[in-house]
Ligand binder design. Structure first.
Ligand code: ADP
Ligand code: ZN
Length: 629
């Protein structure tokens, strides 16, 4: 029986009542989210389960509460060793008896933990998979009472994903060795193949499967056409995230280094992270990102796996991700705490050209290549869509969102379509008449009638298309070519990078088929970024209801900053990440409700019995001081 359980009210009857009591008294939450209650009842009753929920969906409670309600120790298997200490610390702050066993724990400490497990003095034990399968560990479990096994990041058992961990295959032995102990596999990876793999490899055929929507309603998706991307990034950060933590993804190590240095020069706490940095530097940077407030991590995709910092307020892409799957995983690191967050991406002609070349270079015959092509097409389609981004994204993952979301750039600033038939004819004719071997720069010079050295050398000032497009700016022509490539009317030679016409281009060039394109919302986007801090998008109503303080009033925002400083000081004293003390969502609610006594403080979401004892006085005093009461 856990220390936390001693606080259970006597009136709570039945497993569900006990689970609800733990939710309130230990975690300080008022209600279960989505299927949490069902999952917890099922596991408490001894059933196996496979839980598929997006990042931030609330998977941890699904095993943490059964761990406290069932007797014995719950064993949590996770490959994310770097996070275990913070997870354990978060639980200890809640008064839960937790520990971890992995390669970072020295033998003396490990022995103490093993004794506690055998004596039934622990509620939760986090173990690395390679540790779990050792005979020492299994012997220990043989001697102990086990509440359940939680297999976190269960997709690591699948060879299809990029996180494959061979040790995970051995986890099937748990079932054979401890048939009476319920098992709970959890993952945020939802695709069919991975799901089937998890069930087969872990012998979970009898398990109940719980799937929730993969939508992340608190994330605002935005895709911007590149036009001085660094400056666009800076504007985005200044307007939307002046003091927030976030991640900026770049493709190459050089670009990571340059961008981080540049942002630092602009006064942001920005750090680089990529596989080319010494291990010690990477650890130090990751640590600062997790522990300090407002750090911007500029990184390659080497960064992010298992970063469960809840208050990452934005994820920005300065280069295209590999696929929509990767995009969803990377942007999913924003806003795990459920409060508003941004996924922002800048892309341009060059990105589209690279994608199109990859696409055209891959033969469609072989099944694997075919799948790769479909992935690239989907990514390109997402960038260029005039529809709701969220509908496009979820649709790709096989989920239907009935209405446009109201919380993405195309919903907030509906894309205007225009009849591009005539300019498209000109743009295609320019390709044709110059011999289908030049790129955008030269073609645009021809269209605009700019008789530079190269144009003269090839005699392109004498062709029919020369100067027909002088009325449009260079940027407009670039946007047009980008969309023609994205639509597959133009292909790009992988060696010469010259543009060519595809079959689909002919009817448009001959004027037989009209072409309607999206107007690049350049100026509009910048305006929207400034304006909609106040404007509440429709899709946010639900979130705002869940977190009444989501609409940050100015005064609350100031108070919030003050409370953040108090939290930072506490975190520093204890050597733990700030979110372990309180999540941003709790501080926001505190700033909005301004409790004046312990009873009011206990009402806040995220304040359970243990945190009430530890922190109520301190934050109540801070509130009085900050409000000048
Ligand atoms: P996941 O592991 O699925 O990514 P977490 O378990 O980390 O998600 O939960 C995400 C966030 O939601 C955390 O900040 C957690 O405290 C919060 N949370 C989870 N369940 C609830 C609930 N029932 N009520 C309020 N907050 C919750
Ligand atoms: Zn939308």
């Amino acid at each position: 029986m856990g220390g936390a359980q001693t606080r259970l009210p006597e009136t709570a009857d039945g497993a569900e009542g006990r689970a609800r009591a733990v939710l309130r008294s230990v975690f300080g939450f008022h209600e279960f989210r989505g299927p949490q209650a069902d999952i917890i009842s099922h596991v408490v009753a001894g059933g196996d389960a496979l839980v598929l929920m997006p990042t931030g969906g609330g998977k941890s409670l699904c095993y943490q509460i059964p761990a406290l309600v069932r007797s014995g120790v719950a064993v949590v298997v996770s490959p994310l060793i770097a996070l275990m200490r913070d997870q354990v610390e978060s639980l200890r702050q809640l008064g839960v008896r937790a520990a971890c066993l992995n390669s970072t724990v020295d033998w003396r400490e490990a022995e103490g933990i093993e004794r506690a497990v055998a004596a039934g003095a622990l509620d939760l034990l986090y173990v690395a998979p390679e540790r779990l399968v050792t005979s020492r560990c299994l012997d220990l479990f043989d001697r102990s009472q086990l509440a359940l096994f939680a297999l976190d990041e269960a997709h690591c058992v699948s060879q299809w994903g990029h996180d494959f961990r061979p040790e995970y295959l051995q986890l099937s032995l748990l079932h054979e060795r401890y048939p009476a102990v319920p098992r709970l596999a959890l993952t945020a990876t939802a695709d069919q193949r991975t799901r089937a793999d998890i069930i087969r490899q872990l012998g979970l055929e009898q398990a109940r499967v719980f799937i929730t929507s993969f939508d992340r309603p608190n994330i605002t998706y935005r895709v911007t056409v590149k036009d001085n991307p660094r400056q666009q990034l800076l504007t985005f950060l200044r307007d939307r995230h002046p003091g927030d933590a976030g991640i900026v993804y770049c493709m190459s190590r050089n670009k990571v280094d340059d961008t981080a240095a540049w942002l630092a020069g602009q006064g942001r706490a920005a750090l680089p992270y990529h596989a080319g940095l010494p291990a010690a530097t990477r650890v130090a940077h990751q640590d600062r990102f997790l522990r300090a407030e407002g750090v911007v991590m500029v990184a390659t995709i080497a960064f992010g796996m298992g970063i469960d910092k809840p208050d990452v307020r934005f994820v920005a892409h300065l280069d295209l991700p590999k696929s929509l799957e990767a995009y969803y995983q990377e942007t999913g690191r924003a806003g795990r705490d459920g409060t508003p967050a941004d996924a922002w991406m800048a892309y341009g002609m060059a990105d589209v050209v690279v994608l199109r070349q990859l696409l055209d270079a891959s033969p469609a015959s072989d099944a694997h290549k075919h799948a790769e092509r479909a992935k690239l097409e989907a990514l390109l389609g997402y960038c260029e869509t005039p529809r709701c981004r969220r509908q496009t994204l979820l649709g790709y993952f096989g989920e239907t969102l009935a209405e446009p979301c109201g919380n993405c750039d195309t919903c907030l600033d509906p894309v205007a379509m225009w009849d591009a038939s005539v300019p498209a004819q000109m743009a295609l004719a320019a390709i044709y008449r110059t011999g289908q071997r030049f790129g955008a720069g030269h073609l645009i010079d021809v269209l605009r009638g700019e008789a530079g050295e190269k144009v003269l050398r090839f005699g392109h000032d004498r062709i029919k298309t020369f100067g027909v497009g002088a009325a449009r700016s260079k940027r407009e022509w670039q946007g047009l070519y980008r969309q023609l490539i994205a639509l597959g009317l133009v292909s790009v030679d992988s060696e010469t990078h010259g543009f060519r016409l595809t079959e689909a281009a002919w009817p448009v060039m001959k004027g037989q088929q009209p072409l309607s394109l999206r107007r690049d919302p350049q100026a509009a986007t910048t305006r929207a970024l400034r304006g909609d801090r106040e404007r509440r998008p429709r899709g946010m109503a639900e979130i705002a209801a869940a977190v009444p303080s989501a609409a940050i009033k100015e005064a609350d925002a100031e108070l919030f900053e003050g409370l953040r400083a108090v939290r930072a000081e506490l975190a520093r004293e204890q050597g733990v990440p700030a979110y372990v003390i309180f999540h941003d969502s709790t501080l926001r609610e505190m700033a909005a409700r301004r409790p004046t006594d312990r009873a009011g403080f206990a009402e806040l979401s995220g304040v359970g019995g243990s945190k009430l004892e530890r922190y109520a006085e301190m934050f109540l005093a801070a509130l009085r001081r900050l409000e000048g009461r």
